[in-house]
Design a protein around this ligand. Structure first.
Ligand SMILES: NC(=O)c1ccc[n+]([C@@H]2O[C@H](COP(=O)([O-])OP(=O)(O)OC[C@H]3O[C@@H](n4cnc5c(N)ncnc54)[C@H](OP(=O)(O)O)[C@@H]3O)[C@@H](O)[C@H]2O)c1
Length: 248
């Protein structure tokens, strides 16, 4: 119960890694706010969380007013925000020469601007209540690995890593600890190539990833919860790669 009575926000909590992380915090006693754009999937996350203390609130992380509304609602309801996991993100494939410009803009807006706007409003709330913890979800593609055809995604995630480390330096004096997790392929639809089934993916990653498999949701959740916990009290501006050795 490392997060008993902590107020924890998880963005992108309606599916995949975000849902697993929201459930992990709820299991350890937190009041969890599951945020994303789709109320139905967020409500499913909240309904299936242990402890019955998870709620769903919609947000579009590309819209500053929407993020401000979310943070204000959390502070009004709970009095403070202790932990934020900025996990909302989108994937796109396309080489620099071929990628439609609108696709570049969409990916940068969600992955990079989205984390910027989330941190901006979260930091203000955490400063007001004397501190907090932020974990940003980046990717091993970006600061740690480059793969032809993943140009915009890599650029957006490298931005998350740099932004996160800079904010960590800016905020640790106020008692706000900021770190990044950079996952490799995990067991969600985002790691499937177009037309690929999970069985096809298993064959592909056996050759591509040194450990020979995709990561389990419990494995990435464990890293994120550890970084958010007091056990990681000395981790500031770290970027932990969890990718089965792909970027080693
Ligand atoms: N799965 C992997 O293999 C892998 C590897 C490396 C990094 N990651 C990163 O891990 C994070 C989670 O990925 P995942 O695999 O769990 O993918 P996912 O299931 O597609 O989850 C992404 C979530 O982000 C939300 N989202 C997208 N745009 C949003 C916006 N503008 N505002 C608010 N929420 C938004 C989506 O919900 P709505 O559409 O309902 O808003 C969705 O629930 C992402 O940042 C991803 O880049 C994943």
């Amino acid at each position: 119960m490392r997060f008993a009575d902590k107020v924890v926000l998880v963005t992108g909590a309606g599916s995949g890694i975000g849902r697993a992380v929201a459930h992990g915090f709820a299991r350890e006693g937190a009041d969890v706010i599951a945020a994303g754009r789709t109320l139905k999937t967020l409500e499913e996350t909240a309904k299936t969380a242990e402890g019955g203390r998870a709620v769903a609130i919609t947000v579009d992380v590309t819209d500053s007013a929407s993020v401000a509304r979310l943070i204000n609602e959390i502070v009004e309801r709970y009095g403070r925000l202790d932990v934020a996991v900025n996990n909302a993100g989108v994937f796109t494939a396309g080489a620099v020469a071929d990628l439609p410009e609108r696709e570049w803009t969409r990916v940068m807006e969600v992955n990079a601007t989205g984390v910027f706007l989330a941190m901006k409003h979260e930091i203000a709330a955490m400063r007001a209540s004397g501190g907090g913890v932020i974990v940003n979800v980046s990717s091993n593609i970006g600061a740690h690995r480059r793969i032809p055809g993943l140009s915009a995604y890599a650029a957006s995630k490298a931005a998350v890593t740099a932004l996160s480390r800079t904010a960590a330096l800016e905020c640790i004096g106020d008692g706000i600890r900021i770190n990044t997790v950079s996952p490799g392929p995990h067991d969600t639809p985002m790691s499937l190539r177009p037309g690929e089934t999970p069985a096809d993916r298993a064959v592909r990653v056996r050759n591509e990833i040194p450990i020979g498999r995709v990561g389990g949701l419990d494995e990435i959740t464990g890293t994120i919860l550890w970084l958010a916990s007091d056990d990681a009290g000395f981790a500031v501006g770290a970027d932990i790669v969890v990718d089965g050795g792909a970027a080693a």
